[in-house]
Design a protein. Structure first.
Lengths: 214, 215
């Protein structure tokens, strides 16, 4: 019996070490969700620039050419006009501005490593479409009006405010179950049902709230 | 006797080590989170926007007779072009910008901007009205001495707002040969592409499926 006690304790030791390595590693802890007020709005963001298709569009399957650090505000200003149509309703644009910002913020807190390159987002539909020099006064105004606001979980946790294209001329309610906003749906709700930014966001993301960034 | 005592020590050391490893490791540089009190919900309200508010839609633009093609197209909006040096990223003064569809020409100021001018919203007649209504397309040319001529195809013109495209120009260096225009195809908006694919989809080719939240 005593012979086996030694082996048993050794096995327990190994098990304990395995728990430490795989469950309590810094990588695993890094995924911990952060709350608004505990982390400031990012100053910069790391954007991976992928090679373009022959027609000029950034290729989601293209190689990463380089990773660029840029001001967070510059990034979101050059995303919104490429994701939402810039002449859509003001409240649809503001809902889009909130989605683009919160999506980027979440990914700054949860960066990825692909092909040995560490970054928050890339410039394609893998994340959000970013193109340098495409910001427009109207979309910039939508971002400016929402810059001090955040849309978070009830306990203030920052979450990935995801979205998809959806179908034109429809509220796209099927996206509610997936907790994703339909871009076309946001325009439909603003244009046809006169809904404001908060009401649009609440249609697609249930159990969330709008707060002022402290 | 000696052997038994040594074994006992080993056993106690191992027991202590086993209990220590089961404790969570304190991570370096990770401070304990501060106590967090949930923030109050923000009371969001919409307000009436004045006509000069940057988010208000601009009224229809009616070009004067001094604008070439003023009676050729029915929809117009304002455009303001910025020309920059692609190497230094600084604005280029005195670059000439031409709208190929109308022949209208203007020059940039010291900040690299042209004045805001009326430009037509030419909807692509190849597509159905609902699709073509998303935006128009224009062709811009930029000229400046010492720089490659630049052509921008498919610049998106949006109704009810000022479109502000940037044109990047490349300076001609002594080692450059066969100097031809630098061409840039303005990428199609992804929502236009999504809608185009949807418009011609047959029932036998559902793709991701109409209810897919990944579409």
């Amino acid at each position: 019996m005593r012979r086996y006690t030694f082996h048993l304790i050794c096995a327990l030791l190994l098990l304990g070490l395995a728990v430490q390595i795989f469950l309590a590693s810094p990588e695993a802890r890094a995924q911990t969700e952060q709350k608004i007020g505990q982390t400031p709005i990012p100053a910069n963001i790391l954007v991976a620039i992928r090679e373009s298709k022959p027609g000029g569009d950034p290729n989601p399957r293209g190689q990463i050419l380089y990773v660029q650090s840029m001001p967070f505000k510059t990034y979101i200003r050059n995303v919104l006009p490429n994701e939402w149509l810039p002449n859509w309703e003001a409240e649809s644009l503001k809902a889009g501005a909130m989605a683009v910002k919160m999506f980027a913020w979440y990914h700054v807190l949860n960066p990825v490593t692909i092909d040995n390159q560490r970054f928050a987002v890339d410039n394609t539909t893998n994340f959000q479409i970013y193109r340098e020099g495409t910001s427009m006064p109207r979309t910039d105004a939508a971002l400016d009006e929402t810059m001090q606001l955040a849309f978070v979980k009830k306990d203030d946790t920052i979450f990935e405010l995801n979205y998809r294209a959806g179908y034109p001329n429809s509220p796209n309610f099927q996206y509610r179950n997936a907790q994703k906003m339909a871009q076309h749906g946001s325009q439909y709700l603003a244009h046809r049902q006169n809904k404001n930014m908060l009401q649009i966001l609440q249609v697609y993301y249930e159990g969330r709230k709008l707060v002022k960034i402290p | 006797m000696k052997k038994k005592g040594a074994r006992k020590i080993w056993l106690s050391v191992l027991c202590i080590a086993a209990s220590l490893t089961s404790l969570p490791l304190p991570l370096q540089g990770q401070a304990e989170p501060k106590e967090h009190r949930p923030l109050p919900e923000y009371k969001y309200e919409t307000f009436h926007r004045q006509s000069n508010d940057p988010l208000s839609m601009q009224p229809d633009v009616k070009p004067g007779s001094d604008i070439p093609g003023y009676n050729k197209w029915d929809k117009w909006a304002l455009m303001q072009v910025k020309v920059i040096d692609s190497t230094t990223r600084k604005p280029l003064e005195n670059a000439e910008v031409v709208i190929a569809e109308t022949g209208y020409r203007t020059k940039t100021d010291k900040h690299g901007f042209t004045q805001a001018f009326p430009a037509p919203i030419i909807r692509d007649p190849r597509f159905t009205e609902t699709l073509a209504r998303l935006h128009g397309q224009l062709t811009l040319l930029a000229y400046k001495n010492g720089y490659r001529d630049t052509i921008c195809y498919n610049v998106r013109m949006n109704e009810g707002m000022t479109t502000t495209p940037e044109i990047w120009m490349f300076e001609i260096a002594p080692e450059h040969h066969r100097i031809e225009p630098y061409v840039y195809h303005y990428p199609t908006h992804h929502l236009f592409s999504v809608n185009l694919a949807e418009e011609f989809r047959s029932k036998s080719q559902p793709g991701a499926g109409p209810e897919s939240p990944d579409r």
